[in-house]
Ligand binder design. Sequence first.
Ligand SMILES: C[S@@+](CC[C@H](N)C(=O)[O-])C[C@H]1O[C@@H](n2cnc3c(N)ncnc32)[C@H](O)[C@@H]1O
Length: 284
Amino acid sequence: MPGTVSSVQARAVEEVALWYHTLELPGAIVTPGWFDLRGCLDKLPWPDVRGKRCLDVGTYDGFYAFELERRGAAEVIATDIPDHEDWDWPAAARAGGGEVLASLAGPKGHGFEVARAALGSSVEKRMISAYHLTPEAVGTFDVVVCGSLMLHLRDPVRALESIRSVCRGSFLSIEEVSLPLSAALPRHPVADMRFDENRCQWWVANAAGYGRMVRIAGFELATTVRPFCVPFGAAHPVCRDPGGARSARGLATATFRRLLTGGFGVPHAALLARPRLQAPPVRL
Ligand SMILES: C[S@@+](CC[C@H](N)C(=O)[O-])C[C@H]1O[C@@H](n2cnc3c(N)ncnc32)[C@H](O)[C@@H]1O
């Protein structure tokens, strides 16, 4: 029945080892996510998704996929990798990274399945890497959404090109950006080589670099949104142990982020892009 969850579903929600997303489920259940994207929705340059075929790439617990459905999409496909081992782990972390994540988060994609059942959602989940998206594999989409994925990829432009190959309408992209580099070099596309093995993070571009990556992958930018913060959710270590955030470094970071974005969390930028129909002429 819509608007209620059974006690079995409520127990299933509790038994998810790690919720990445804060999700509002029927029965006033709010999952204790690491990130709470609810307040970001109004900041994003949403295209009209009503009656459209939509794709959410790298869905995790499905926040954007369920939002597309809520907004009236005709069909929503949510994709992710099948296993914790399938992240683009740097060589040194490859052997252990997947195991550590599995012990922390439990089976990959479990939260998504629990949320989908509780919501009575029709979103279809497909296990496929962003690198392998092709029209033959998944068809083409009026709207593609992808959030917080590029920093985790060794080759983000290749993934964006694959996304481009299945996007026939709008691409809503939401990605972490470097605030210091965005402030220092607002017009120069650069990236922070983060290379954080433990969190499987590679590059974090400044706002100009992020736009450039999307353009170089074959899109033209329609709307860009200035950086904002994706807030930490109740289960994020920063919220569970605020001591770290109160260190001198933590306070300085928080103050800088608040000054530039008006919020606290992880700095992101968002843009709406469309496939470029004609490649620009090559000039040597
Ligand atoms: C940081 S989470 C972001 C989740 C969600 N998109 C958001 O914006 O909140 C990154 C997600 O991308 C997935 N992922 C990692 N590598 C991927 C790849 N090569 N192809 C597709 N998804 C991938 C992860 O499993 C995870 O679900």
